[in-house]
Design a protein around this ligand. Structure first.
Ligand code: CA
Length: 261
């Protein structure tokens, strides 16, 4: 078989050969009103795995659900993604299925954990390509050129109403049903995550967070804070601190991932 012949190099081809490195930091905080922290996060710069989970089902159950989700999916993903020929999408589907089963079967065995579940938002980065995986209402944002974009859709009743044009964003924020999520990990025998591929550019800053952050801080404020030229650890601490000062009604988790050329 003949080798392919390249007659010209487009700009994208040249750019895509540049190596990207990632750096990450995270802060989680109980907030000012709750007595326990049901959020969990996991990160492995080595394997390009970043994830945030926000548990539900009562304090103990919520903590168990989110930490089980992080443990199980970190285990599966770091094993699968160590092999660079593995499909990231398939690894993500497998990790979600195994974590879902672990939480669901544990909730069936123990009545006190009945109905527990968790959100799940992950960024899986491999060079310039990255995959966003989402279940529930934790979010992934991207700051590019000081402009903030929410990459995930919430799986929540109010978000569906907004997308159907039946409710405004402001009404959604005030709704008594704003806590109702329409998809969760571990509450049923199976779940389908949103998985989509994006391209990362040097300078991109990704934020994974729980709703305890986005309920307190609007996008404009998040955008201006993330645009500050600070080390990631300090940025995380500053964002979480701002969410606490704004009320801190819920647990707050901020995980930042920077792509560097
Ligand atoms: Ca929460």
């Amino acid at each position: 078989m003949e080798a392919p012949v390249y007659t010209g190099l487009r700009e994208n081809d040249r750019l895509s050969t540049a190596v990207i490195h990632y750096m990450a930091a995270a802060v989680t905080d109980t907030g000012r009103k709750r007595t326990s922290n049901e959020d969990s996060y996991g990160l492995s710069v080595e394997h390009g795995i970043y994830l945030v989970c926000d548990g539900m089902g009562g304090a103990a159950a919520g903590e168990i659900a989110s930490s089980l989700a992080v443990e199980e999916s970190m285990r599966v993903l770091s094993a699968r993604l160590a092999d660079e020929s593995t499909s990231v999408r398939m690894a993500a589907e497998e990790a979600v299925a195994i974590a879902n089963e672990a939480i669901y079967s544990r909730s069936l065995r123990n009545p006190r954990l009945s109905g527990m579940g968790t959100t799940f938002v992950a960024l899986l980065a491999r060079e310039r390509r990255a995959w966003v995986v989402n279940i529930g209402d934790s979010r992934c944002y991207r700051l590019r050129n000081r402009s903030l974009e929410q990459l995930t859709h919430d799986h929540s009743w109010v978000d569906e109403q907004v997308r159907l044009g039946l409710m405004t964003e402001a009404e959604a924020g005030r709704s008594q049903f704003r806590n109702v999520i329409t998809r969760a990990l571990g509450t049923q025998s199976s779940v389908t995550p949103d998985i989509f591929e994006i391209e990362a550019e040097p300078g991109d800053l990704f934020m994974l967070c729980s709703d305890g952050l986005t309920r307190e801080l609007n996008d404009g404020l998040i955008e201006s804070m993330l645009s500050l030229d600070l080390p990631l650890e300090r940025l995380c601490a500053r964002v979480v601190d701002a969410a606490k000062k704004a009320g801190g009604h819920d647990n707050i988790t901020c995980l930042l991932v920077r792509a560097e050329g």
